[in-house]
Ligand binder design. Sequence first.
Ligand code: ATP
Length: 388
Amino acid sequence: MCKKMRDISKDIGNICKDLGNVSENMGSSGKGLNTAGGQGKPKLRLQNLTKRFGQEIAVENLSLTIQEGELLALVGHSGCGKTTLLRLISGLTPPDAGSIWLDGQDVTALPAGQRDIVMVFQENLLFPHLTVGENIAFGLKMTGCPQKVRIQKTRQLLELIQLPGIENKYPSQLSGGQKQRVSLARALALEPKTVLLDEPLSNLDPKLREELRDLILRLHKELQMTTVLVTHDRDEAMLMADRIAVMSYGKLLQVDTPINIYNQPRTREVASLFGPCNFLPGYLLDGEFWTENFRFTVPALKKGGRMVACIRSEHIKVTRPSQDKPTGVITEKKFLAGQSIFKVAFGNFTLLANGQDYFAYAPGNEVGLEIDWSRVYFNPEQLESGRA
Ligand code: ATP
């Protein structure tokens, strides 16, 4: 192989090949996190991973197990360490501490090109001097796949990403979204068993995003890929993931099914990432929740003491005021995605509530508040006061 090809081969090794058994992550603060990933066969296990850049800790003592065939969505604020975690898994960045296990083998010291993992980057990393077709077929060529099969497969992949007939174009002739799709096709050409996707849909318009989301899901299932998907789109995480891992400052705050993450968020940060949520502090005792200015009757729970009630806005309804209900005063109203959303001053708190009729209430109106306590999640107060 000529030097240029060796360099390219090394590049594709670094860029494309990223296989890993994703396991589960339990950091020093992760006591009680469900990071083991359920009943399946562990594919990837991250154990006490730490990565620093100078003084900055990008990933801190993080442990996580990902099961074979699982789709795990990794979400969290910008700079919380998501991409660094993917790079650690892929082997592109070495950890300062901890280990990475793939199919039960310690691959921590294994170079990226030797892990059966493919990574698709947020920024496209297509080879500029190769055509689209050559880019997609590159990994196949390196594995000795015959030209006829390469051409056929490239065509099929271009159909899949809805860009048929662009084999002979160069990356510089494509839009950002088109490059992103070609990057995805290049990664999928190798039919990887483990794939790491760093915001693969971020440059696409909503319709295409939806179509490619379905495509990724279909391929994930058909190829039984173990997939880690980084996304800033909460709906994408909710719709696609078997489990969602929420990261903050290099640690995992919560790892759970989408429904549990939504209904039982362990912290305010987790709750707020997935939609409007009210946090009402009070004291829970014997089927009652004592707040600053009202005593609510709630389902009797085993836990008690100082709690913060996490109440999704759709579980508080504004109604006509009546004597048996707590009342508040509307300060603002909005109409969003078919919902009427009201801001209501309730003592020293402002609650977000839903109402059936946008026109029935206006700012300054006194309203009653109906809370569906069966849908409310209580967190001990200390969990809410800082990072978990
Ligand atoms: P985003 O959602 O904005 O892409 P992220 O969650 O993927 O962010 P990372 O890119 O993993 O975050 O970065 C985590 C932290 O590590 C950030 O503070 C970032 O500045 C820092 N960092 C990442 N890579 C490097 C690097 N090569 N050199 C120095 N600091 C880095």
